[in-house]
Design a protein around this ligand. Structure first.
Ligand code: FAD
Length: 489
């Protein structure tokens, strides 16, 4: 039985471990933390529970598929339901909009509030869906470094439609040419942040993301986001994956053009026929492969943005808020300019997620658990304690305006995650939330492939490699690695 060492138990790590073990490989996962999940873990503060990182769940079928591959019925282990309201938006001019599961109702509200033509949304989503079907399914679900990907009729057909993908326009100019109202342009620009990018630089191709969220749906896992990891971890255990927590890998041992195993916890050696690194690709090269030159293209990759997160236990409920809430800044362009300069904007967009609205045990009766996040720069030595105080003041003031409630007085528990803490906790380069950004038209082609170009038994999965960050793409990276390993055999 071939031995596989997986480095890291992020969502892609637990996924590839379960997939390979289900195929009969002897899999050991090395995780430096004492728990699985990496960014997708949980935080408990007093009587409140919070999902530590991701809060928006799309494409649940990609989690289901892993159970099916292992011969199990996903419904016996992992369940979820579609959210009736995808996200609630607030602007500082007093306008609000609920993006609902019912797109007809959403289009009517857009038209009534913003004077947008009633079919503007339908047309946009139809184009978005076409882009996803033609290009997304090919470029996000297959390795780009294989002839097989390029030499098939589906790819040729996708390339034929290239001029329709808005690849060489920014997402902002794509939205600007479609919607009249500045509020809706801002709303659709926000999708660039789903992979830590800047809408004024990311490609118009990303206008395919609304299709995934609005047409296919935003979902709530029963038990919270953490259930994604817990259920895959337990699936792995049932397939005989061996998890070694508290085990940091310090080197991938090479012999010529072959990986021989990994060194962990100082000087312990574990032999392996295959190694899959779920560690950030930049750190995999820097720390685990000191003798190996990283591919030159990695140098040109820009990190995704980071963020500052407050986990607040609130002593009351807020009926005006939903599960996902966005309070927009008044000048989106300058917000991204600040991030580019390594700073937080003084007037940032505020995201509030309240999982206790769909999973009540996350907060005591009559209370709520608020996950409050501001997108921001990577860690470059900023004074995070000072920034925390500044951001807290700004957030409380802005939320107070909308709810009419003294927010600071409602906070009974507090914990924070700043970019430096995130970098240390999950070994993510400079605290990037999504690995690398997509701030250039070429970023898809700059990403590290899922297999090393010359060391053929070394594979990579997770947010910092192809096809990118976010739960669905991380799961896709695990699926691609699984396919590649199978193809090699
Ligand atoms: C605050 C925040 C909000 C987000 N919001 C969303 C969202 O709403 N929706 C969404 O889809 N995505 C979201 N994301 C992005 C998503 O969380 C990530 O893309 C995804 O979880 C990354 O998974 P990964 O497999 O790359 O591994 P990671 O989560 O990066 O985990 C890597 C694991 O490897 C371990 N490790 C690293 N090096 C070693 C080593 N040498 N030895 C042993 N162990 C090691 C680390 O400890 C860690 O556990 C968010 C991320 C954050 C931080």
């Amino acid at each position: 039985m071939k031995k596989v060492a997986v480095i890291g138990s992020g969502v892609a790590g637990v996924a590839i471990a379960a997939r390979l073990a289900a195929r009969g490989y002897n899999v050991t996962v090395f995780e430096k933390n004492l728990w699985p999940g990496g960014k997708l873990s949980e935080v408990k503060v007093g009587d409140f529970r919070f999902d530590a990182g991701p809060s928006l769940f799309t494409m649940p079928q990609w989690v289901d598929e892993i159970f099916t591959v292992a011969g199990e019925n996903p419904r016996e282990h992992f369940n979820y339901h579609r959210l009736p309201v995808v996200c609630k938006y607030f602007w500082q001019n007093g306008k609000t909009l609920d993006i609902r599961q019912d797109m007809g109702a959403t289009a009517a509200e857009m038209s009534a509030t913003f004077g947008e033509s009633p079919d503007a949304l339908t047309k946009y989503l139809s184009k978005s869906s076409k882009k996803y079907r033609l290009a997304g399914e090919i470029f996000l679900q297959q390795p780009l470094n294989r002839f097989k990907t390029w030499l098939n009729w589906k790819t040729v057909r996708a390339l034929k439609y290239l001029p329709h993908y808005d690849l060489f326009k920014s997402l902002h100019s794509c939205n600007d040419s479609h919607f009249r109202s500045p509020e809706l342009i801002q709303l659709f620009d926000r999708y660039a942040t789903y992979n830590g990018s800047d809408p004024y630089r990311a490609s118009g191709m990303f206008s395919m993301i609304p299709h995934i969220e609005m047409n296919e749906g935003a979902w709530a896992p029963e038990g919270g986001m953490i259930e994604i990891v817990k259920s895959l971890y337990h699936l792995g255990l049932r397939c005989a994956v061996s998890y070694r927590f508290g085990s940091e890998v310090s080197e991938i041992k090479l012999e010529g053009k072959k990986v021989k195993g990994v060194i962990y916890n100082g000087n312990k050696f574990q032999e392996a026929d295959l190694v899959v690194s779920n560690m950030d690709i930049n750190l995999t090269y820097d720390k685990l492969l000191p003798g190996l030159k990283p591919p030159a293209k990695l140098k040109y990759e820009e990190r995704s943005s980071s963020g500052f997160i407050f986990y607040w236990g609130m002593n009351r409920t807020f009926p005006d808020l939903d599960v996902h809430n966005i309070l927009f800044s008044s000048d989106y362009r300058s917000e991204f300019e600040s991030i580019r300069k390594g700073e937080f904007s003084n007037d940032p967009t505020i995201y509030i997620n309240i999982s206790s609205k769909y999973h009540p045990p996350d907060a005591p009766n009559g209370m709520e658990n608020w996950f409050v996040m501001i997108n921001g720069p990577n860690d470059s030595g900023q004074d995070w304690e000072k920034i925390k105080k500044q951001l807290k003041k700004i957030i409380c003031k802005r939320v107070e305006k909308i709810t009419g409630v003294n927010i600071e007085a409602c906070i009974v528990e507090e914990e924070v995650l700043d970019p430096l803490k995130l970098a240390k906790r999950t070994l993510s380069a400079d605290g990037a939330l999504y690995g690398s950004s997509s701030n250039s038209m070429w970023s898809a082609f700059l990403r590290q492939a899922n297999q090393h170009s010359s060391i053929k038994n070394l594979y990579f999965c997770g947010g910092s490699v192809h096809p990118g960050g976010g739960i669905p793409l991380c799961l896709s990276s695990a699926r691609i690695v699984d396919q590649m390993i199978n193809d090699e055999l």
